[in-house]
Write a protein of this length. Sequence first.
Lengths: 192, 260
Amino acid sequence: MAEAQSDKTPSLAEDYLLEKEKQDVATKPVEVKEVESAVTASSVEGATDKVEETPAAAAVEESKEDAPAPAPEESTEASSASPEDSTSDTAPAAAEESSETTEEENSGDQEASEETPDIKLETAPADFRFPTTNQTRHCFTRYIEYHRCVAAKGEGAPECDKFAKYYRALCPSDWIEKWNEQRENGTFPGPL
Amino acid sequence: MIVLEWLFLTIAACDAAEPWQLGFQDAATPMMQGIIDLHHDIFFFLILILVFVLRILVRALWHFHYQKNPIPQRIVHGTTIEILRTIFPSIIPMFIAIPSFALLYSMDEVVVDPAITIKAIGHQWYRTYEYSDYNSSDEQSLTFDSYTIPEDDLELGQSRLLEVDNRVVVPAKTHLRIIVTSADVPHSWAVPSSGVKCDAVPGRLNQISISVQREGVYYGQCSEICGTNHAFTSIVVEAVPRKDYGSRVSNQLIPQTGEA
Ligand SMILES: [Cu+2]
């Protein structure tokens, strides 16, 4: 009886996937998720990201009107997301169904974003180079990647920011402190 | 009520150890649910085997009692029975191993990208938690120490040797990455309800990925002998709704950024 249905019933992992992620998994191509791919993942994600970036937006409608004006920090995201927005503007009836679900999520995000403009639940993604429990090298590699990036692109290059975010998320602050000291003294053991 | 408790039929969710507890604490993550299910599945067959073996043992003791049967039968060989009793006991562990390994590897696997990273750093004898996803510099970070509340300071209703002064606040129904490490000697970060027991080894970062399915307060204790106050190194995880988590974190973050 149970075996007959087994192909329909979701696996444990699928069963416990969150609603938003189910959509992501359905739309997202199977590849390692870098930040760039996250930006172009789906229209739903693009819309939610936009709302999060414009904390002053009071409603989804308003944020859509605001959409042509590019967000100051991530112009690439605005350009990639704008065609989707334009289609949803021309065909509002068709977008109605999908926007219902996003509106629920957005309202939750907005409530949070009104009080907390900073907090965005986002962290270093799972990295296929480090699939095991031991993440020591993951942290170290991200630290090196950041400093190589800074060395190549110059201090304060915006494309290095994500590596800084990653290593800060992964490494204990004691380690970062120690490594920063070692870099100043020229005794850092890694390949910089 | 007591009978119900004996039968493990408590109504309220059990997220901390209770006196004379024999069963598991209630599952808060899919991982723990898998562990409990595996345990129950295996135990069913384990008890069947136990009954079968006991039956053979008792029968042998009964029928070959020295008074009743002073000269036992002189059969010392039986090829068929020997093959059977070798093959079957070696097959059974294999059948136990299949679901066991499947669960083990699925627990290791990181299925989706985590939404937040929390670092749990063991110290002698307290824990430091770092929330560094929201940092914009190396110095600034949301860090706090979590000490067990001493017995004398306990308030009514608090659990002895379990309650801490600063709980780890995590969002519920969110994929979490917890990086476990230690600053001095090996510790272990263990929360039974979430199915986590992860060694905290100095110089090494161990990752566990969990997703707490319901809001609640989950208790755990250090699980690696780490010195005199090993018993006073507890863990309390508080799972709150997602939007509450945002305000909790920003409330703690904003005063810090003001200082920095
Ligand atoms: Cu300990």
